[in-house]
Design a protein around this ligand. Structure first.
Ligand code: NDP
Length: 404
């Protein structure tokens, strides 16, 4: 029985808040706060109607540490869940340190003016969290999040040593728009248009944006063009997976998405610096965000499936072993259950499960942690009962789903 403070009221938060309300034995009192209070009220009203659970709402500017401290003191939660944007990670962490309240998020800190994804500044707060006697859980979404837990599960239960990991993220959903992003456009486009990077034999190898492509035959979905990207979970996994020689991340994109993105980039619409338009300062990517469909509105019109998983190669009892662990999610089923499409759903459900692990004391500690640092089993069990069941394929050492 615990009070939880959820910050942010976008597509992912809709799922987190509903899933917490559906687990009211653990989340007995939920407060939802965001920049625009009316968005919190809308989610709260929907939950009241469908689940008969009351959600308290509040307005908060999460860039303001003192305002956050005041809100946290007023609500007195057992946990703060940061479901706003990566820009707010540090201010919310600092407010948690000042009030001695545990913290959870779904994406690593990003400076608004630098398209850089790294844990450095969040890990730097480890001592402050230790000194405050509290825990921070970083990246409790799907990727990062469930992908880290799949890696931990493979390391703890399936392999003696893991030598290679490929993380494979496929969204085969169709929303019917020529161009839209499935989560916050600014964060999404900054990620995809950045240089790719993977880790091999102790070194980071950089690639030009979306230049390394393969066709992967995703189980239950089919073959899709998949592109090598840098993704934030790689940074912690290279530190925490023993024996690792290579780790890569691939994500699917359709040709229409890539052509639009390239065109927008070529005309300067992905720029994250200010430009002067007749005396008015505009950040092009923020204007683009305002023009594109709100990801939270894609739910009713998105059909198809996501398939996100990991292929592991390594050794077990002296023998080569290769295992594929993945989850398949149906956009329309997610929408029926929560009013959100599968990208929000696959992020929001693990955020709730991470919070549940912390509140039930199954994942405990003092300091700043990534998901793979805990026992994967209780989290994997929860995935099966909370809407994200996973499957395992035992592969032959030379078997692949790549279509050459
Ligand atoms: P949205 O843009 O839909 O929602 C973000 C919410 O945060 C909005 O309600 C917004 O308020 C609020 N917000 C923004 N700035 C502030 C602020 N300064 N103070 C208070 N509230 C603020 O994003 P999503 O729901 O799509 O994504 C949420 C998070 O999930 C992001 O960090 C994203 O990177 C992460 N994510 C993680 C994934 C994973 O697998 N790990 C996958 C997908 C997303 P307003 O409504 O007023 O704009």
């Amino acid at each position: 029985m615990a009070t939880v403070l959820i910050i942010g009221a976008g597509g992912v938060s809709r799922v987190v808040t509903k899933k917490c309300a559906m687990n009211s034995a653990v989340f007995s009192h939920i407060v939802l706060a965001s920049r625009t209070k009316s968005k919190c009220d809308q989610i709260a009203n929907e939950i009241k109607e469908s689940l008969h659970v009351t959600i308290e709402t509040a307005a908060i500017d999460a860039d303001d540490v003192e305002a956050l401290v005041a809100l946290i003191k007023k609500v007195n939660p057992a946990l703060v869940m940061n479901i706003a944007l990566p820009y707010q990670d540090l201010t919310i962490m600092d407010a948690c340190i000042k009030t001695n309240v545990p913290y959870l998020d779904t994406a690593n800190y990003e400076h608004p003016d630098l398209a850089k994804f790294e844990y450095k500044e969040q890990w730097a707060r480890d001592k402050a969290f230790k000194d405050a006697g509290i825990m921070a859980l970083l990246g409790s979404g799907f990727d990062p999040g469930v992908t880290n837990v799949f890696c931990a599960y493979a390391q703890q239960y399936l392999f003696d040593e893991i030598n290679s990991i490929d993380i494979l993220d496929c969204n085969a959903g169709d929303h019917g728009y020529a161009f839209a992003t499935n989560f916050n456009p600014e964060i999404n486009l900054r990620e995809v248009s950045s240089k790719g990077r993977y880790w091999e034999n102790g070194e980071w190898i950089e690639t030009e944006p979306v230049s390394v492509k393969m066709v992967w035959d995703y189980p239950e979905v089919g073959p899709k063009d998949s592109y090598l990207l840098y993704h934030e979970e790689l940074e912690s996994l290279v530190q925490n997976i023993k024996g690792l020689k290579r780790i890569r991340f691939f994500m699917t994109f359709g040709q229409s998405y890539l052509t639009h993105m390239k065109c927008l980039e070529n005309v300067g619409m992905l720029r994250i610096d200010e430009v002067d338009v007749d005396g008015v300062k505009i950040v092009p990517i923020q204007l683009l965000k305002a023009l594109l469909p709100d990801p939270a509105s894609l739910g009713p019109r998105t059909v198809g499936f996501t398939n996100i998983g990991c292929v592991f190669e390594g050794l077990k009892d002296g023998q080569k072993r290769k295992v594929y662990i993945y989850n398949v999610c149906d956009h329309q089923e997610c929408y029926r259950e929560t009013g959100a499409q599968a990208v929000s759903y696959t992020t929001g459900v693990p955020a709730m499960i991470g919070a549940k692990m912390m509140l039930e004391g199954k994942w405990a500690g003092k300091g700043v942690f990534n998901m793979e640092q805990f026992d994967a089993k209780p989290f994997m069990d929860e995935l099966n009962v909370q809407g994200l069941p996973w499957k395992t394929i035992e592969m032959k050492p030379d078997e692949t789903f790549e279509i050459k």
